[in-house]
Design a protein around this ligand. Structure first.
Ligand code: ADP
Ligand code: MG
Ligand code: MG
Length: 891
């Protein structure tokens, strides 16, 4: 084990694992010569040691002493010096940014003596006491565990006593009294004094930062973002700079481009005469960055220059936290900025145009999930009448839900399947569960860089913030608009995060501009740049991608839609819906048939209908492959419900009425075919082998459809796929039958015959199965069910939430392929299948085919294609391209 502390001058951006993202950024900026207050970073390794053993590593205290001495030397000030004290910030920062989820303590080093020294050296008594009361407040709550609301109540009382509603209205004397009151609160709640010794303060703060890694809100955030639990956080100890020293001081947050829309040009908020956390907390209203140009022109131009330097250096959108102390600009943090989906696409293409990155790199700057978000519906134009309220369009999209006022209520209603909008004056990290549960967030206070805005953008949640026209009464569970409308908990509102508007009731939705572009609808002018970016990135993805994308489509409409979204064929055409509706009676006749004649006439009635279905689909996919899967579900699914039927017959009997003999026959069949576990029963290839004539009819219909399309001048490519094969014997038998029918229909039909691999036994015997299969298609839904031994419909509601909470899995195996288990079966089957039959075509037709992480795995496993629902096709195309150019970051 090496050292645990690094000076900012010693690290660099490549060390985010060790120094955390914030620490690595501070070190990198220091190396680049940007004005960063000096300091040092305690490594994530020290934190991991602490978390594992419950104590700090022995060497840590000494290392901190050495680095602190160097910092004091550098600053010409000493920690705890009553005349001219050095003050510190102690900041958390793990590998991945977790905005506001863990603790930071500012103004550390203040005590009853040094506060006067600070007042003297800064010449601002008020600022000194303001800093001290903040320290007692932050330290008291985060290190000593006092409920933060006790301080808030006291602060409110002080404001009222001073006849003001802003912190700025409190003078030095009031703030001094407040500090004393805060210290009393600490004593009352903990039995301990607020520590006067700055070194003790430092020890406590470092430990609190370590502990905050395990805090509830940090855990929730990590689960939501898929950040591993075992990384730990670094701690950054840094000399304080003061944004609260009067009108030539202030603090702000700036982005190199607009992270909400992707528009070029610096974007951000500035708050005069304030410390950093005030901007994020939305305590007072910040002004746009452009106003800094009027207030402090030199600082503004220096900031723009630094933003430019950082963006070129990181070759991506950056955000920074900065503070101006008496006209001098300091940069306190930078990172690659979180952005909305639209901004991600626009910025990636802008950076290519500006020759900062290549097209391959641009693909890694966007994700399939972001593209999926861009395809969600929007509100239709200007319908909906006058809005209830206007606010800042902090995170775009359309959401409809019932109003709730607390995080807990949002969680409760979400569990009951309700869509909600969380309405708060402002949000804090404690609201995180509710923000995750809700469809949208609406706040009355706070700007575009407030907590609500930053977190919502990161999660892709709709957010309107700073809607000042509404007043939110959390206790009474209602909000009141400027016009006097009262909206109570449980009422439905629509939140338009793109326009920053809120409407009463549910507004109608229309396809998003991106979806409209795919399907040939009209695209609004303001979406042009975005559409262009999506188009160019997808084009590049198609060029570099190796994995092809097909769609799962069972109808001609779906087939056409899939083509519009860029599908290169149908990987799964299910035939079961072709036996429903009015055709049900024909299936019933087939099942009830008592002799060959009856069976054949039922099949003969079905044949032309199937042929017509196939013909239309093959026409819609002309020139591209259409994989037709033979009937899969157990036949009793086409019969009436067993209980319903028995009750009906029993009732008729009880009332002495005559029972329809057809019903009686049906009930006998239903009873005969009843299965305890239909999922594991008589279905798939098993049906084909025990119900004579069914497969022959389906194959004949497909073959005749091919001939019909050819006759009409088309270029049909049908493939026949056999479901639920366990052993090569099953496939051989069915294959013989299929080949016979194909030959009978036409001598030179070229229809490949393949199988689904969706049972573990099939995967394990893939080498043998490949002797009878022209292609494999992994049915990853069934393969997941049968590998894990649970049925999706039964378990998702029953215990998946618990499993996710307890960390049994990080994501549902039905959403993202379980690489360790199911993934291994896929790899094995691909490898061994190709050993038997070189060039064996392999694909995937489960829902995983449209899941980004799974698509990247299928690329690595060497599959030829994925097939997914039509709407997911663009997502899969993008991910196939991303998989081909590199791994990118998965977070
Ligand atoms: P978070 O990760 O939640 O943003 P930070 O560690 O960045 O937390 O700190 C919270 C706030 O304190 C930020 O607004 C930051 O700008 C401010 N801050 C941190 N360090 C200093 C410092 N050395 N001087 C002045 N303000 C600081
Ligand atoms: Mg920060
Ligand atoms: Mg299946």
């Amino acid at each position: 084990m090496g050292r645990f502390v690094y000076d900012f001058t010693e690290g660099h951006r490549g060390q985010a694992d060790l120094l955390g993202g914030k620490g690595a950024g501070l070190a990198e900026m220091t190396r680049m010569g940007l004005p960063v207050p000096p300091g040092f970073t305690i490594t994530t390794e020290a934190c991991r040691f602490y978390l594992a053993s419950g104590r700090e590593p022995h060497a840590l205290a000494d290392e901190i002493t050495v680095h602190l001495a160097a910092l004091e030397e550098r600053m010409g000030r000493r920690l705890g010096d009553a005349r001219d004290p050095l003050l510190l910030s102690v900041r958390s920062g793990g590998r991945y940014s977790m905005p506001g989820m863990m603790d930071t303590i500012l103004d550390l080093g203040l005590n009853d003596d040094t506060v006067t020294g600070l007042a003297r050296t800064t010449g601002r008594e008020r600022a000194a006491w303001d800093s001290y009361r903040r320290l007692v407040q932050m330290y008291g709550s985060t290190v000593m565990g006092v409920d933060g609301s006790c301080f808030d109540t006291e602060l409110d009382r002080a404001r009222r006593a001073a006849g003001t509603d802003s912190d700025l209205g409190l003078d030095a004397a009031a703030l001094r009294r407040l500090t004393v009151a805060f210290q009393a609160i600490v004593r009352e709640h903990t039995g301990l004094d607020f520590p006067q010794d700055p070194r003790e303060q430092l020890r406590g703060a470092v430990r609190a930062v370590f502990d905050s890694w395990r805090g509830e809100r940090a855990r929730i955030y990590r689960r939501r973002e898929g950040i591993p639990e075992n990384l730990g956080t670094a701690v950054n100890v840094q000399a304080m700079v003061f944004g609260n020293l009067g009108p030539d001081s202030g603090t702000g947050v700036a982005f190199t481009r607009n992270p909400a829309t992707g528009r070029r040009g610096a974007w951000g908020d500035y708050l005069s005469d304030a410390q950093g956390e005030d901007v994020v907390a939305g305590i007072r209203d910040a002004v746009p960055l452009s106003e800094l140009a009027a207030l402090l022109p030199d600082c503004h131009s220096a900031l723009l220059a630094h933003l430019n330097t950082l963006e070129n250096h990181y070759r991506d959108l950056c955000d920074v936290e900065f503070t101006v102390e008496r006209g001098r600009l300091w940069i306190l943090q930078t990172r690659v900025g979180k952005r909305t989906a639209a901004a991600a696409f626009r910025i990636a293409v802008q950076l290519v145009e500006e020759k900062v990155i290549t097209w391959d790199e641009a693909l890694l700057r966007v994700t399939g999930d972001q593209l999926a978000q861009l395809m969600f519906p929007r509100f239709a134009g200007t319908t909906g009448g006058a809005p209830l309220a206007h606010g800042i369009p902090a995170s775009p999209g359309a959401a409809v839900g019932v109003v709730v006022f607390t995080s807990a209520e949002a969680v409760r209603r979400a569990a009951a399947g309700e869509h909600t909008v969380l309405v708060r004056p402002e949000t804090t990290p404690d609201d995180l569960p509710g923000m995750i549960a809700a469809q949208a967030v609406l706040t009355s206070r706070g700007g575009k860089t407030s907590h609500a805005a930053v977190v919502a953008r990161g999660m892709g949640k709709v957010c309107v913030c700073g809607a000042e026209g509404i007043s939110v009464d959390v206790a009474a569970r209602r909000f009141t608009t400027a016009g006097g409308t009262v909206v109570a908990e449980g009422e439905v509102i629509s939140v338009d995060g793109t326009a920053g508007r809120v409407h009463l009731g549910a507004l109608p939705l229309v396809p998003s501009p991106v979806t409209a572009y795919f399907t040939g609808g009209t695209v609004p002018e303001e979406a042009r740049e975005l559409i262009d970016a999506v188009d160019r990135l997808l084009t590049h993805a198609d060029q570099v991608g190796r994995l092809l994308v097909r769609a799962n489509a069972d109808t001609p409409e779906d087939a056409r839609r899939a083509r519009a979204f860029g599908a290169l064929g149908i990987g799964l055409c299910r035939t079961e819906h072709m036996f429903l509706g009015e055709r049900r009676r024909l299936v019933e006749a087939l099942i009830l048939a008592e002799n060959d004649d009856a069976r054949e006439s039922a099949l003969a009635a079905l044949l032309p209908l199937q042929r017509q279905d196939f013909t239309e689909i093959l026409q819609a996919m002309d020139g591209l492959a259409v994989t037709i899967r033979l009937i899969d579900p157990p036949l009793h699914e086409f019969l009436p419900d067993r209980t319903e039927l028995s009750v009906r017959i029993a009732t008729e009997r009880a009332q002495g009425r005559a029972v329809d003999p057809h019903d009686e026959q049906l009930l006998a069949a239903v009873n005969r075919m009843h299965e305890e576990n239909p999922m594991l029963g008589l279905r798939g290839v098993r049906l084909a082998l025990v119900v004579p004539g069914l497969v022959a009819m389906q194959v004949r219909a497909a073959a005749e459809a091919v001939l019909a399309c050819r006759a009409a001048g088309g270029d049909p490519h049908a493939e026949i796929m056999v479901p639920l094969v366990d052993t090569v014997e099953e496939l051989r038998l069915v294959r013989t039958e299929i080949e016979r029918v194909l030959r009978e229909t036409d001598e030179d039909l070229d229809v490949p015959i393949g199988t689904m691999i969706e049972l573990p036994r099939a995967a394990l015997t893939a080498d043998r199965i490949a002797t009878a299969a022209d292609f494999f298609s992994f049915g990853t839904n069934d393969l997941t069910q049968t590998t894990w031994g649970f049925s999706r419909d039964d378990v998702e509601g029953a215990f998946f939430t618990r499993y996710l909470e307890q960390g049994v899995f990080r994501v549902s195996p039905f959403e993202t392929l379980d690489l360790d288990g199911v993934g291994r079966l896929v790899e094995l089957a691909v490898r061994e299948g190709r050993q038997t039959r070189p060039g064996l075509v392999t694909g995937v037709c489960g829902e995983h085919g449209g899941d980004p992480a799974s698509v990247r795995f299928f690329h690595r496993a060497g599959l030829d294609y994925v097939s997914c629902s039509p709407y997911r096709v663009p997502v899969a195309r993008l991910e196939a391209g991303r998989a081909a150019v590199g791994t990118g970051t998965d977070l």
